[in-house]
Ligand binder design. Structure first.
Ligand SMILES: Nc1ncnc2c1ncn2[C@@H]1O[C@H](COP(=O)(O)OP(=O)(O)OP(=O)(O)O)[C@@H](O)[C@H]1O
Ligand SMILES: [Mg+2]
Length: 277
């Protein structure tokens, strides 16, 4: 999407001066305040990807939880379309939660290990309640196909799938609810490089075919640059640098961005090439 089309379209997500503090009890009894988010603002436009990168503990997952309505911000404002997420009633919060789906590093933790792939896919459809029993099976099969999983995997248990297949299943289950926003919190981090690339391609295909909007959270600046229209770099609960991937990769201004860039071996031009063994 170009800068001009951003100006004419409304953002799907708007975050304004978001603050989240946690109280942490120390051993000696005093309470320490952790500023997990310390005044974060950004927008995400429909059909685009914003990547959030940052070191461990910088507040990325806290941001994801606040946006997905699992955590209540200390202060600040969040809008999803025209709806302000602060002060939502539980009934409205449930509607928004369906439209914002979160995908984590290992989706296996959120699958019932005794359920088959098809059962895992039909459960959210049952909860949604607007499909008949007869419609559910074909819908679940269509979801499998949409994420590139063969239909014969339908009877398997999650433990019988590879890491990449499990992550595809996690994406399929999220898509079942027809979300408008997918938040991917380190969703590729546990996978081998080649599998990461395959899932990244799947995400891009889904974005092209369904117009999905993504918040892609990662430590990996190279993957973030590959997938995103815009990158925001976080440190200590704040966005310290934000811009187009090419800008961030070629002219990193903040020390944290330069450190993240140095941690990406394939982009580290300062190192001599590896000698062949
Ligand atoms: N429930 C909680 N109670 C107290 N402190 C918390 C809680 N959740 C997060 N924090 C603190 O808030 C800060 C931000 O944590 P967060 O999990 O958002 O970081 P992150 O960027 O996702 O890190 P990582 O890359 O390791 O996943 C950390 O200092 C963390 O210890
Ligand atoms: Mg995290």
């Amino acid at each position: 999407m170009t800068a001009e089309s951003h100006e004419t379209s409304e953002p799907l997500v708007r975050v304004e001066n978001l603050v989240k503090h946690y109280s942490k009890r120390k051993l000696v009894g005093s309470v320490e305040e952790v500023r997990a988010l310390d005044g974060v603002s950004f927008s995400i436009f429909r059909g685009t990807t914003l990547a959030i990168v940052g070191e461990s503990g910088s507040g990325k997952s806290t941001l994801a939880f606040c946006l997905a309505c699992f955590e209540k911000p200390t202060s600040g404002n969040l809008w999803f379309e025209e709806t302000s997420l602060s002060g939502l009633k539980e009934k409205d919060r449930r509607v928004i939660r369906r439209q914002i789906q979160l995908i984590f590093q290992d989706p296996a933790n959120s699958f019932n290990p005794r359920w088959s792939v098809l059962e895992i896919l039909t459960e959210p459809l049952v909860l949604q309640g607007n499909l008949s029993r007869d419609e559910m099976h074909p819908r679940a099969q269509a979801l499998l196909e949409q994420v590139g999983l063969s239909s014969h995997l339908g009877e398997k248990l999650p433990s019988e799938l590879s890491g990449g297949q499990r992550q595809r299943l996690g994406i399929a289950r999220a898509l079942g609810l027809r979300p408008k926003l997918l938040i991917l919190d380190e969703a590729l981090s546990a996978l081998d490089c080649s599998v990461q690339a395959q899932i990244a391609n799947l995400l891009m295909e889904l974005q092209a075919s369904l117009g999905m909007t993504y918040l892609f959270i990662s430590h990996d600046l190279a993957m973030a640059a590959h997938l995103a229209d815009e990158i925001a770099v976080m440190s200590r609960g704040q966005i310290v640098e934000q811009g187009a991937p090419e800008e961030i990769l070629t002219h990193p201004e903040n020390r944290i961005t330069r450190e993240l860039l140095a941690a990406v071996p394939r982009l580290d031009l300062s190192r001599p090439p590896l000698a062949e063994s």
